[in-house]
Design a protein around this ligand. Structure first.
Ligand SMILES: [Zn+2]
Length: 307
């Protein structure tokens, strides 16, 4: 099933795929290109191992349950849990430099992905503090592909190969620039080496019900300063919230998206009831991951061919 073609083919103009193109380009040069002179080494892409990286600030992310779920689907593939990605790979002496790189990966202008300025001292200290306190929550937006590249640079050369699937859970919120409406949008996942899944993104990226925003506007229009928690209560259960008890269940589907990226370079599905559906609304997340909680027949078949 594994093919190099999707990397080389044209990207559809609409939807998420043109965003994926940038990530794929990076993977191509970092990961695939070195092997292309030796076609017999294509078996290097056969998935043999999945690494799940912990996100220590999240109360309800149970990686053991996630691992058992994935193992049930991919019996022959070795799956292991590692501590959080940065602690696992980053050496103490690299902390200062990495903090600066993280500060550089921040989105500075929501309408311009090429706007770059040297990070301020305070921004670097902020990142350093986050690196030292694993349970602290970041409250800034990063460029998803810059973040992915920074993470990739930490992985050892051996483990960069696509036969290893790295799934990094992080509380950092990231976005990707949409060439159609010319602005950044927050995302739950960016697929690549590694694939990064945001526990903040699952709350902030897929849009909440329209009525939620209307109610917020209504209160603002009449000058009422109603705490967001009160508004949230009115819509309880209709979106994934911070420390949501359903988080592990939801993340099973996102982990599968990351795995499908490694298997066939296509993480998403068009069917709304498939766990690979690329949800843009919270009700779509709930439909795909909780109400259905299954893969469509096509993707079930693909997965079983890798068992
Ligand atoms: Zn599907």
């Amino acid at each position: 099933m594994t093919s190099l073609f999707p990397l080389l083919g044209k990207c559809p103009a609409k939807g998420y795929w043109h965003l994926q193109a940038r990530a794929q380009e990076a993977i191509f040069f970092d990961v695939l290109f070195p092997f292309m002179h030796h076609p017999q080494s294509l078996d290097k892409y056969k998935l043999i191992k999945i690494f799940l990286y912990d996100e220590p600030s999240s109360k309800n992310l149970d990686l053991k349950e996630l691992k058992d779920y994935l193992k049930g689907k991919l019996q022959k593939i070795d799956i292991s849990i590692r501590k959080d990605f940065i602690s696992y790979f980053l050496r103490d002496k690299e902390l200062e430099r990495f903090a600066k790189e993280l500060a550089r990966a921040r989105v500075k202008d929501l309408t311009n992905p090429n706007y770059e300025v040297e990070p301020f001292y305070g921004e670097i200290q902020y990142e350093k503090n986050l690196l030292e306190n694993k349970k602290a929550k970041a409250s800034v937006l990063y460029d998803g592909y810059k973040l992915s590249k920074l993470f990739r640079d930490l992985i050892t050369e051996e483990e960069k190969a696509l036969k290893y699937c790295h799934i990094v859970f992080t509380n950092r919120l990231f976005g990707t620039f949409d060439e159609i409406d010319k602005r950044y949008h927050a995302r739950v996942i960016t697929c690549g080496v590694p694939s990064i899944i945001s526990t903040t993104g699952i709350v902030e990226a897929p849009a909440k019900p329209k009525e939620f925003y209307l109610l917020k506007q209504k209160y603002a229009a009449i000058g009422m300063n109603v705490p967001i928690e009160i508004i949230k209560q009115k819509f309880a259960g209709k979106f994934i919230d911070y420390d949501d008890e359903r988080l592990t269940e939801v993340m099973k589907g996102y982990a599968l998206q990351a795995i499908f990226y490694n298997l066939i370079f296509e993480p998403f599905c068009k069917q709304k009831s498939c766990r690979l559906f690329n949800a843009h609304w919270q009700n779509e997340v709930i439909e795909a991951q909780l109400k259905s909680g299954k893969l469509c027949n096509k993707h079930k078949k693909i997965l079983s061919s890798f068992k």
